[in-house]
Design a protein around this ligand. Structure first.
Ligand SMILES: *[C@@H]1O[C@H](CO)[C@@H](O)[C@H](O)[C@H]1NC(C)=O
Ligand SMILES: *[C@@H]1O[C@H](CO)[C@@H](O)[C@H](O)[C@H]1NC(C)=O
Ligand SMILES: [Ca+2]
Ligand SMILES: [Ca+2]
Length: 255
């Protein structure tokens, strides 16, 4: 992950957020920041040092950069049902721009971290659950309608997401913690192109030499098993399986 560039004690201005920036609270009053990220992404604001709720005494965060853009408040932020409970307090915009207006200079050290994030949908219907299950910038949705691998790929795509990738132990654990209980979820891992050459289709990356946590004696490739499910239980791991099997799935959106 790229280190956020830090804007030290500058009084306001225009900034484009490639991935993340850090704003140090200004020492002057009336500092005004206009912040923008990629058009189809949103912004998430957290406090690196200091407390975001208390910071509302010194500044207002606006959804958009217009003069009349509404003020965003920590308390009013929607919490996605499956989100991690240990994520920092955050404010999300609904669009790619935000503005921050300091009414007065904070009395103690305050650093705001502003990151590019993806929107997390609430409206996928009763058969699905979404949340910030890994970190504050990504979004994951589980669908509990069982479909074959290609239909689940399409389902994710139709909702502006992609089928799951599991590139690290930490991510695997976070997914497991969010949706435990022995559920088979389709992932985007497949060796359909060439037997034994596993590719995370959603990111077009080879499985090897990356993190690969197969269940014991998997992959087996009996009956042409070219799609991979993740068994979500505390001891759960990967199994290869026929692509025509029907399973639940997890979709992901990554900024
Ligand atoms: C694979 O997953 C199991 C079950 O969560 C875990 O105990 C094990 O440490 C993981 N393996 C690796 C190589 O991380
Ligand atoms: C997957 O399911 C869809 C919809 O039911 C069906 O049209 C398609 O043929 C299936 N594909 C495979 C590989 O089973
Ligand atoms: Ca195979
Ligand atoms: Ca198998």
């Amino acid at each position: 992950m790229e280190m956020p560039s830090s804007l030290l004690a500058i009084c306001g201005g225009r900034v484009f957020v490639e991935n993340a920036i850090v704003i140090e609270a200004p020492v002057h009053e009336n500092c005004h920041w206009n912040i923008q990220t990629q058009e189809d992404r949103i912004l998430v604001i957290t406090a690196l040092s200091g407390n975001l709720k208390e910071a509302q005494e010194f500044l207002t965060i606006h959804d958009g950069s217009g003069k009349d853009s509404p003020i965003l408040i920590v308390e009013n932020q929607k919490i996605h049902e499956r989100s991690r409970k240990d994520l920092p307090e955050a404010v999300y915009t609904t669009q790619s721009t935000a503005s921050i207006r300091f009414k007065k200079a904070p009395t103690s050290n305050l650093q705001l971290k502003i990151q590019k994030a993806v929107d997390c949908p609430f409206n996928l219907g009763g058969e699905s659950q979404c949340g910030r299950v890994v970190d504050e910038i990504t979004c994951y949705c589980a669908t509990f309608t069982r479909r074959n691998h290609s239909s689940q790929t399409t389902y994710c795509y139709n909702n502006n997401m992609k089928l799951l990738t599991l590139e690290t132990y930490e991510k695997e654990q976070a997914i497991k913690t969010a949706w435990t209980g022995g559920i088979y979820f389709w992932t985007s891992l497949t060796d359909a192109q060439q037997e034994g050459e596993y590719i995370w289709e959603s990111t077009n990356t080879n499985l090897y030499p990356g993190y690969a946590n197969w269940s014991r004696s998997q992959p087996t490739n009996v009956d042409d098993e070219d799609c991979i499910v993740f068994y979500s239980a505390m001891s759960g791991r990967l199994y290869d399986s026929p692509c025509s099997n029907i399973n639940d799935a997890i979709c992901q959106a990554i900024p």
